[in-house]
Every structure is written in structure tokens, then in C-alpha cells.
Design a protein. Structure first.
Lengths: 178, 134
């Protein structure tokens, strides 16, 4: 005994089968497309964040190098009565490579509250926050502190450089974050 | 049979696609270049301050504590070694940061000539990232 109903005379189920096949195919295709859009979106977001971090690393490298190997321009910027975009072209903290100038450091610290944005701008760090700390090698004594510090943030760039201050070797802790 | 082969073919292709997608999405993006430049700068700093503060002279005389003090003050992720050669190429001092294995990642080398007690020497500082930090 055949339980399947017979199609009416002159018609068949073939058309229904094709519609079902087409619908199933479209659903699978849509699922695959959505999957790839999801993956691609995730990749694009990660790639953007990696690029942003890479840019921050490079900007930090240049800032650290400018501070640790140049005097700034003009070289006596720390003696100027006003520190602004018309008087100072670039900032540096040393007399010679790694030889930190205490007067430049003191001036930098003294303009922390008034010229933080200007200092960031001159170091090429205007898009980020920035902190600079000079400590002894054991890190238990801080000599100078400038800017803002992120604390234990994952997306901050932290560089420690070595310098000399008043004949002693010191650690220059540079922190750039967003 | 033909439908089975087509379905099987599609499944194999989709599996490949899925595996490739998963591989691509789980890739970690490396940021090695800037890190390499950073340890080069740090190595340059180290050898420069050692030379300018007379620590390299002390190391030649057998007093290595001041050099070691700087080596141990470098960031935990970084390993550093200082080698000093006289003008005949003979090693006169070799100092390494403690607990640094042989694993070398992004090795950076800075050499600097200097004079101590009227003799000429070459100081060579090399740095790399410690295992687990590269």
C-alpha cells in the first residue's frame, strides 16, 4: 500500500523539491556569508587595534630618543621665560647622549600643569597621554616626575631608558597610553 | 551517486575554508620591529653610561659590580651581556645578566671603542628578549 498521496493529474512534486532545495541552499549560503562577515569584522578590528598600538610604539620610540639624545631647539629652551609654540621647536633633556640636564628636567616638571599638551605635541605624542619619571636604578627614589601615568593598562607602551643625572646612573621611565 | 559526490565535494571545500578561516582569525599579530629598535636603544644607553661613568674601566680592573648593577636594572624582559676585548681581540671581561638562558630573540649588538689606562679596548653589548617575552 502506497501511503504517499499521488499528485493531482498533470502535476508533480518536482517543483516543490526544487523550491526546498533552493531555500536550503540560500540559507546555507547566507550562514556562510554571515560567518565570513563575522570573521572579517573581527580581523579588521584586531588589525586596526594592532596598527594603532604599533603607531603608539613608534611615536614613543621617537619621543624617547628625542628626549635622551637631543638638547632640544633652541638648546637653552629651559631658560626661556615662556615655553610655547613660538619659542620652542623641539624638546630634549640632555647635554650629550644620555647625559640628563637637571635644569631641563626641573623646567619640564615646572610646566607640567600649564604646558602638558604643548610638551606632548612637541614630542609627537599629541594623540596620547604621556608620563616621564626619573628614578634611581633600584626604583625606590624618584627624582623627577612629569605628566600622567596609566598604571597597569594593557594598551600602554612603557619604555625604560638609562641616563646619567649629576654623575649617577638613573632610569628614565617613559609611559605612553591612550 | 552524482549528488553524493557533489555534496561530498562541497563539504570538503567548506571544511578547508573553515580551517583556513580559523587559522587566520587566531593569528597573533607580531609587533617585533619596534621592540627590536627599543632594545637597541637600551643597549646603546647601557654601554654609553657604563663608559661615561668609568664602569667599563672598573670591569677591566676586575671590579664588575657596577656594571652588573646596571645589567640587573634593565627591564625583566631584556637579557644583556657585556664583553670587553683588548686591541689584540682577547676577551678581558664578560658579564651577563643573571638568569638569562641561551634563547636569543631579536639579538641587538652595539660596539663601542674606548680607552682605559692608556690602552684601547672594544666594549660589545648584546641584548635579546628573554624567553616568554619575545
Amino acid at each position: 500500500m502506497n501511503s504517499n498521496p499521488s499528485p493531482p493529474a498533470g502535476k508533480s512534486f518536482k517543483g516543490q523539491a526544487w523550491t526546498f532545495d533552493f531555500t536550503a541552499g540560500m540559507i546555507i549560503l547566507l550562514a556562510i556569508l554571515l560567518f565570513f562577515i563575522f570573521i572579517w569584522n573581527g580581523l579588521a578590528m584586531r588589525w586596526n587595534s594592532v596598527n594603532e598600538y604599533r603607531q603608539m610604539q613608534f611615536d614613543s620610540l621617537f619621543a624617547a630618543e628625542a628626549l635622551m639624545s637631543t638638547t632640544g631647539h633652541p638648546s637653552n629652551w629651559e631658560t626661556l621665560p615662556a615655553i610655547n609654540s613660538t619659542t620652542v621647536d623641539s624638546l630634549g633633556l640632555v647635554n650629550g647622549r644620555n647625559e640628563l640636564n637637571n635644569l631641563k628636567l626641573e623646567k619640564l616638571v615646572s610646566i607640567n600643569s600649564t604646558s602638558y599638551s604643548f610638551v606632548k605635541d612637541r614630542l609627537g605624542l599629541s594623540r596620547y597621554e604621556f608620563g616621564l619619571r626619573i628614578t634611581n636604578l633600584a626604583k625606590d627614589s624618584t627624582y623627577h616626575d612629569f605628566g600622567r601615568f596609566a598604571g597597569p593598562l594593557n594598551n600602554s607602551v612603557v619604555f625604560e631608558r638609562l641616563g646619567m643625572l649629576n654623575g649617577s646612573v638613573v632610569l628614565v621611565h617613559l609611559e605612553v597610553w591612550k | 551517486m552524482r549528488a553524493f559526490v557533489t555534496t561530498f565535494d562541497a563539504l570538503v571545500a567548506l571544511s578547508f575554508l573553515l580551517v583556513i578561516s580559523i587559522l587566520v582569525s587566531t593569528q597573533s599579530f607580531q609587533l617585533n620591529y619596534a621592540r627590536g629598535v627599543y632594545i637597541y636603544q637600551l643597549t646603546h644607553d647601557a654601554i654609553s653610561v657604563m663608559q661615561k661613568t668609568g664602569r667599563l674601566d672598573d670591569a677591566i680592573d676586575g671590579n664588575s659590580s657596577a656594571v652588573r648593577n646596571i645589567l640587573e636594572s634593565t627591564p625583566e624582559a631584556v637579557c644583556m651581556q657585556i664583553l670587553i676585548y683588548d686591541n689584540s681581540g682577547t676577551s678581558v671581561a664578560s658579564l651577563s645578566k643573571f638568569n638569562c638562558g641561551e634563547t636569543v630573540s631579536q639579538l641587538q649588538i652595539v660596539s663601542m671603542p674606548f680607552t682605559a689606562h692608556g690602552n684601547r679596548y672594544i666594549a660589545k653589548a648584546q641584548s635579546w628578549y628573554r624567553k616568554g617575552y619575545s
